[in-house]
Design a protein around this ligand. Structure first.
Ligand code: AMP
Length: 476
């Protein structure tokens, strides 16, 4: 039984979908006004693995994400760059999708743009107005927070903490904390509505989209920790008021922050690294490994040193997988060629009937423990540590004799399953990582030969071009 930590109840609960084995999963998507950074990537990789695991467990998952393509940040950026706001949003949406693809985040079934759901947004506002949960002023339409006493139930915070909505310049609001459902505007990007031209508020975009595709109640809603208050509180207030049905969402899941020196990585603080910058330096799987080495709810501190460690750890898995793969693809393997562990160059593999059983048991135990770890609120760090325990034991055992093809196949199946769940591709990435290293070695070799021939011009050019790729050569 899968257990999920539910922010709403602050406890781990047995997971049971509302509708048989079909799961409706919604995760707040990006506001597309700039390149996405690796803090965003942390959240989306975490939910990618959650979706992968739920599918592996036999559920059918409909994973929906919105794209916030209308927002003051987009408009301000468009004004400062002289672009059309929608063109700008499309440009960064395309970059976001490219980033997700390169990170192997591929389980979202539908990306829904806010600007393509204006009718649904207006309809939900209309419902809230008719039921008396919202009211109109000269500046817009607002949600009346005094009509929803449950506000704060997700975050366990009080309405008085709600400072962001207080800064609204609209002095005609009934309560300072009331938030905008529709903002009346006459310039930049506007749509007509029964309340005049304007733009939707941020919170209503998500509930209009989820109502359209999921209805008023669904299984899982996710996002980063920063969205709990007030964004997700506002979503609950809107949807539960509009539909009269509670709870809007069964399980609320939130990812911890990716921090730099203890501070949340964010565009406004300027301490961010874009996904594009990062994957110029490290294979995307290394970043995925780094993300999954910490539980999704815990904060994770980013540094290049930790990423180097992740790279080394991941190489151990690739190396192991490669050894197994080579042994499987060699008809009569000269086992002494295949050293599973570089520290023991004379190791070889062997399997008698007795330890075949031992291997089978180990494989089965590892599978069971891995699934238990993932069942327990997607404990990826524990799941990864089990892989290393397994590799250690097999490497040790490989030194004792010949291993049967059957056991090798079982190990490969086990690792293929794990790599699918976690979103790695041990076969291709191990080759890619090695290929990159081999290519760099080759280029450095050629350059050394050029230097011997005193072709300084070409060798300097190679160095400078490698430099552009962040590969620094020092001639000593
Ligand atoms: P935004 O485009 O800022 O709305 O962010 C998109 C998603 O990324 C939201 O779920 C945020 O909570 C999440 N996010 C933003 N910054 C970070 C961070 N430093 N660490 C983890 N998640 C983040």
């Amino acid at each position: 039984m899968i257990k999920i930590y539910n922010t709403l109840t602050r406890s781990k609960e047995n997971f049971k979908p509302l509708n048989g084995n079909r799961i409706k999963l919604f995760v707040c998507g990006p506001t597309v006004y700039d390149y996405s950074h690796i803090g965003h990537a942390r959240t989306y990789i975490s939910f990618d693995v959650i979706a992968r695991y739920l599918k592996y467990r036999g559920f059918s998952v409909f994973y929906l994400q919105n794209i916030t393509d209308i927002d003051d940040k987009i408009i301000n950026r468009a004004i400062s760059t002289g672009k059309d706001p929608l063109d700008l949003a499309r440009e960064f949406e395309a970059e976001y999708l490219k980033d997700m693809e390169s990170l192997g985040v591929e389980n979202v079934n539908l990306y829904a743009r806010a600007t393509e759901h204006i009718e649904e947004i207006k309809a939900q506002i209309e419902t809230l107005l008719e039921a008396g949960f919202a009211y109109e002023t000269d500046n817009g339409v607002y949600f009346d927070i005094s009509k929803y006493p449950d506000f704060g139930k997700l975050s366990n915070r009080k309405i008085e903490d709600l400072n962001v909505h207080r800064i609204s310049p609209d002095s005609n609001k009934r309560n300072p904390e009331d938030f905008a459902l529709w903002k009346k505007k006459d310039k930049e990007l506007v749509w007509n509505s029964p309340w005049g031209a304007g733009r939707p508020g941020w919170h209503i975009e998500d509930t209009a989209i989820t109502e359209e595709y999921f209805g008023p109640q669904y299984d899982i809603h996710g996002g980063g920790l920063d969205l709990i208050f007030p964004h997700h509180e506002a979503e609950i207030a809107q949807m539960e008021s509009a539909s009269g049905k509670k709870p809007m969402v069964r399980y609320w899941m939130h990812t911890g922050f990716l921090n730099v020196k203890g501070e949340k990585m964010s565009k406004s603080l300027g301490n961010f690294i874009t996904i594009k910058e990062l994957i110029k330096k490290y294979p995307p799987e290394v970043f995925r490994f780094f993300v999954l080495s910490t539980h999704y709810r815990s904060p994770i501190d980013f540094s290049h040193e930790i990423l180097e460690q992740s790279q080394n750890s991941l190489k151990r898995i690739y190396k192991f997988y490669e050894t197994i793969d080579k042994l499987l693809n060699t008809e009569k393997p000269n086992l002494r060629e295949f050293s599973p562990d570089e520290s023991s160059p004379h190791s070889y593999v062997h399997e008698t009937g007795e330890n075949q059983e031992q291997f089978n048991r180990l494989i089965e135990e590892t599978r069971v423990k891995f699934l238990e770890a993932m069942d327990n609120d997607f404990n990826t760090p524990l799941a990864l540590s089990l892989l290393f325990d397994f590799i250690r034991v097999i490497n040790r055992n490989m030194q004792q004799g010949t291993i049967s093809q059957k056991t090798l196949q079982e190990i490969q199946i086990l690792f293929n399953d794990f790599s699918n769940i976690l979103g790695f591709n041990f076969t291709s990435t191990s080759k890619n990582t090695n290929l990159t290293e081999e290519l760099v070695d080759l280029i450095v070799d050629i350059r050394n030969k050029l230097r011997k021939k005193k072709d300084w011009e070409l060798s300097d050019e190679i160095r400078s071009q490698l430099n552009d790729l962040d590969i620094i050569l020092e001639d000593k």
